[in-house]
Design a protein around this ligand. Structure first.
Ligand SMILES: [Zn+2]
Length: 247
């Protein structure tokens, strides 16, 4: 499924693979495809995968995708689980396609690399190394523009007017809510404590640190450095705002 060598090897294996793995396939109506536009289509494909990973909190390693064709000859996107037998990620993507597309557009719009290129903050990953020279923000954005999907302005402008290119959307959304409630602007994306743990945000005065993902060593380390550690996954603006200074 993932690369041609697999598909060509033995037919039975490739067919079996198709059915053991969840696949989400979709195409975008009337958008034309020609050989010159393969880079644009690949750029959309990888934007969608990154968008799905952010929007649905699926590890990017657990999903991948490829370009395919619909029976009536249109180019389509196939997104699938890389986990054997599937972990339901493709199904969730299919069920939440609107959100996935929105996150994809926001991500590609807010990145600060050159539009004619791409970076690890938007479209590139180690998995798509062979396509890096073809991937561009502009390419993805041109197709999203044809689909009339626009970026969410406040996500792109960012909380406290700060464009956060390398920050996940769930962190941005939480920070946006806090900024709207008049919470003081924290230090964003800094390394903190004796062991320089990377954190999403810190309010130095009460010593409240916002982190993403689970890392016990980091959390206990920051705790013994005297910080109150709050995980993005475990909190919301209602819970967090009262702990924070007003700006
Ligand atoms: Zn970029």
């Amino acid at each position: 499924m993932t690369d041609k060598s697999c598909e060509g090897s033995t037919r039975i294996v490739s067919l079996a693979h198709r059915y053991e793995t969840d696949i989400a396939e979709f195409s975008f109506g009337a958008i034309a495809y020609d050989n010159d536009s393969v880079g644009r289509w690949l750029s959309v494909l990888y934007a969608l995968l990154e968008g799905a990973s952010e929007a649905l909190e699926i590890s990017r390693d657990d999903i991948d995708g490829t370009l395919s064709w619909t029976p009536d000859g249109r180019r389509s996107f196939v997104l699938f689980d890389t986990v054997p037998a599937g972990a339901g990620a493709a199904k969730r993507i299919a069920e939440n396609l609107g959100k996935v597309i929105q996150f994809a557009v926001d991500r590609v719009t807010r990145c600060d690399c050159g539009e004619e290129t791409s970076c690890y903050g938007c479209l590139r990953s180690f998995r798509n190394e062979r396509h890096h020279d073809k991937l561009s923000r502009q390419g993805a954005l041109s197709i999203f523009a044809e689909l009339k999907v626009e970026a969410t302005p406040e996500v792109v402008d960012g909380p406290w007017g700060e464009t956060l290119a390398y920050t996940s959307q769930s962190v941005i959304e939480l920070l946006l809510k806090l900024s709207k409630r008049g919470v003081q602007k924290p230090e964003l994306g800094v390394d903190l404590g004796q062991h320089y743990w990377p954190v999403e945000a810190v309010w130095m005065k009460p010593g409240v640190v916002l982190v993403e993902g689970y890392d016990e060593e980091r959390d206990s380390g920051l705790g013994s450095d005297g910080y109150t550690v709050v995980k993005v996954e475990d909190t919301d603006a209602d819970q967090l705002a009262p702990l924070l200074p007003a700006g």
